[in-house]
Design a protein around this ligand. Structure first.
Ligand code: G4P
Length: 535
């Protein structure tokens, strides 16, 4: 006889296997939004992908997804969007870019089981992509690469492969290869089968699916339909790749040692379905996660065998102007989540009822009744949740703390009215708990510094201190541009004169530098110390 527990486990196994939870990492303008739209188009979630035109004005205001959320059947939290692609349930995490690039962008990646790196074929690997990729590497998140904008004049595909390998220090293994480029980009060839997908545009700007026609690279049809010089180049490149490269290994991909590479034009839809199909095949479902037991030992939490557990990776305040509450976003790591469930809150050591779980769709809220490993849920947070908190049905472990990301902008923050010091301290503490900014203190504890990944965070800090704590602040930007946590003996550390030594909220020393050069110089000058990228 099947017990209730076994019944739940079977359900979780089936549902977890179907899910792909991922984030798109890219530099602004590489095509993240367009790729997301096309995923919706090929999922049948939208009939035409046409929101692109009105996007510019909204780019800095809110998530681009807010425009997509009115569409039927898509469930969007402010942090993730869920829908079905063929037989797979997709959870795409929002990684704010542009002006909104901040700690949240990095932290969101910790909730992903894989990442899709979108690269502009003309620009190659750009700075924001590189930073986000580093986080994936540190978190061992497998990365698939999509070289986009193949319909525009770009760099040779072989050069792009070499750049990915050199700049990101990962093996690039092309699964398909472009047939032509720029005006001549007509399709992609699957390297393993040597089958070409040839495309025909059906609608302007790719608002409808492209027509796909499959032929063999080596057959007469290819010679009849594809220009001779293009075919020659493809054959030449494929030969080189076969000689130089290793065969694709799924295990090496899952270990983060190799990135499978695809080519497409998200705008015209050429190659995009090939990529999506391969993505759902290759990308992992929820993976086991490491946690700490109360006795200090580590356990690996299996998504299916363990009952419900989750952790909070993001907190967003004031999402509903009528309520002062904030929303805590949790990522289900194991077991089945059910509405009204009573779970253990490890940090506080008490029980909490998860009674108003929701995803946010348009301006209203959608109640979530059940969720499975990989899913993202929003929970009303009257103050009991902080970033990194673990909740679970069975007490006994804590997901390992989220890393602190190396800040790049710094400012001295003070209340303009000294009489408001108490409210200021309280507000700063809360902002630090939510991860709005990191709070640093001078070694003598007299000075407060705010540090963040993006400058916008300071505006958010000032706004929230004013609105929620009635404190006006003076924010004085500092000219440091990078930082590092310091490991080693403080007494023997030789800091350059233009650097500043401060401490973070856990009293760990952190050095602020005026330039990357100064940081490298400092490391060379202090070979017995280590400058760490993440705390
Ligand atoms: P992002 O979210 O990564 O910032 O990029 P987004 O998708 O917004 O794309 C940036 C620009 O690049 C957009 O043009 C978009 O239409 C274009 N684009 C995306 N993929 C492709 C592609 O495969 N080929 C070509 N030729 N263009 C592509 P825009 O002019 O900035 O915006 P819009 O006027 O089209 O809205």
């Amino acid at each position: 006889m099947v017990t209730d527990d076994q019944h739940i486990q079977n359900d979780v196994r089936a549902q977890a296997k179907k899910r792909r939870t991922f984030a798109i990492i890219s530099h602004p303008d590489a095509g993240k939004t367009t790729v997301t739209e096309k995923l919706l188009l090929y999922s049948g979630m939208v009939r035409t992908a046409g929101m692109v035109g009105s996007r510019k004005s909204s780019k800095t205001a809110t998530s681009d997804w807010m425009e997509m959320e009115q569409e039927r059947g898509i469930s969007i939290t402010a942090s993730a969007m869920q829908f079905q692609y063929k037989d797979t349930v997709i959870n795409v995490l929002d990684t704010p870019g542009h002006e909104d690039f901040c700690e949240d962008t990095y932290r969101t990646l910790t909730a992903a089981d894989s990442a899709v790196m979108v690269i502009d074929a003309a620009k190659g690997v750009e700075t924001q992509t590189r930073k986000l990729f580093e986080v994936c590497r540190l978190r061992r998140i497998p990365v698939l690469t999509l070289i986009n904008k193949m319909d525009l004049p770009g760099r040779p595909a072989l050069d792009l492969m070499a750049e990915v390998e050199d700049v990101l220090r990962i093996h690039a293994n092309p699964i398909d290869w472009p047939v032509g480029s720029g005006q001549q980009f007509v399709g992609v060839v699957d390297r393993a089968s040597r089958r070409i997908s040839l495309f025909k545009k059906l609608a302007a700007q790719g608002s409808a699916k492209a027509e796909r026609h499959e032929i063999s690279l080596d057959g007469p049809e290819a010679r009849a339909l594809i220009e001779e010089d293009v075919l020659q180049e493809v054959n030449h490149d494929l030969e080189l790749l076969d000689v130089a490269g290793n065969p694709y290994s799924q295990e090496a991909f899952l270990r983060g040692e190799v990135t499978p590479v695809f080519f497409a034009s998200a705008l015209t839809n050429f190659g995009i379905e090939n990529f999506f199909d391969a993505f759902v095949e290759m990308a992992p479902a929820a993976i086991p996660r490491t946690a700490d037991r109360h006795d200090g030992t580590e356990i690996v939490v299996d998504p299916v065998e363990r009952p419900f557990s989750a952790y909070i990776f993001k907190i967003q305040a004031n999402m509903n102007p009528r309520h002062r509450d904030s929303t805590a976003f949790l990522r289900v790591c194991s077991g089945r989540f059910e509405r009204d469930m009573v779970v253990k809150h490890h940090r506080l050591g008490n029980d909490v009822r998860l009674s108003r779980p929701h995803s946010l769709v348009a301006k209203g809220r959608n109640t979530v009744d059940v969720a499975y490993p990989g899913d993202i849920i929003g929970i009303i947070n009257p103050g009991q949740f902080a970033i990194g908190d673990t909740i679970s049905l069975n007490d006994g472990f804590n997901y390992q703390p989220l890393p602190q990301f190396q800040p790049e902008v710094f400012a001295r923050v003070q209340p303009t009215d000294v009489g408001k010091r108490k409210a200021f301290d309280k507000g700063m503490e809360q902002m630090a708990a939510e991860g709005t900014v990191q709070i640093l203190r001078s070694l003598d504890d007299l000075d407060f510094l705010a540090a963040a990944v993006g400058r916008l965070q300071f505006d958010v800090l000032q706004f929230r201190l004013r609105n929620e704590y009635r404190v006006e602040t003076r924010i004085e930007p500092l000219t440091y541009t990078c930082s590092a946590w310091l490991a080693g003996d403080l007494d023997t550390f030789r800091a350059p004169s233009d650097a500043m030594l401060v401490k973070d909220h856990r009293n760990r020393p952190i050095v602020l530098f005026r330039s990357a050069w100064s940081k490298t110089f400092t490391q060379e000058r202090n070979p017995d110390h280590e400058l760490l990228e993440m705390g």
